[in-house]
Design a binder for this molecule. Structure first.
Ligand code: SF4
Ligand code: SF4
Length: 149
């Protein structure tokens, strides 16, 4: 057969979030990238001006911004305790990076990368089945909001 080799996840993958909060928590330091449009949406959601959001909740790295982490735990500052465990305080406006986990190109490179991610994320390889088309769409997603798509 001539043509590109099918991707290893052509048959789809299973994922269903358990709400454990691991992907939002330390102990490793990370980046939770947030773009200008998402910052505006976050400001609206919190009912505070954009510059206050930047000052209180974000950190600048060159031209990019990342959500701050707790100094000691390295947890995202929006990770809060809930009745079920831990959850996101800004869930409806969480950035694209958070929305597309675990279907990131780094995790989808090879089954080993996927299974390595599963060691931290108990939702991987269980629950809902995502077909190939759905995975590719999430992988390419840059914007989650309706306008300007
Ligand atoms: S680590 Fe996985 S299962 Fe836990 S909250 Fe994050 S996505 Fe959900
Ligand atoms: S913004 Fe919400 S979903 Fe994203 S890392 Fe922080 S707590 Fe987790």
């Amino acid at each position: 057969m001539i043509g590109p080799k099918p991707k290893w996840y052509v048959g789809g993958l299973h994922f269903e979030c358990t709400g454990c909060g691991n992907c939002c928590a330390g102990p490793d330091e990370g980046y939770i990238w947030i773009c200008r449009r998402e910052i505006e949406r976050l400001a609206d959601y919190l009912h505070i001006p954009v510059n206050e959001v930047r000052k209180k909740y974000l950190r600048r790295y060159g031209i990019r911004s990342s959500i701050r982490e707790e100094r000691r735990t390295k947890d995202c500052i929006f990770l809060i305790p809930t009745a079920e465990g831990r959850g996101c305080a800004i869930y409806p406006v969480r950035p694209n990076q958070c929305r597309t986990w675990p279907f990131w190109s780094i995790n989808l490179k090879h089954p080993d990368n996927w299974n390595e991610a599963a060691m931290k994320c108990p939702g991987i390889n269980q629950g809902r089945h995502y077909n190939f088309k759905e995975i590719e769409a999430i992988l390419k997603q840059k914007q989650w909001w309706d306008d300007e798509k």
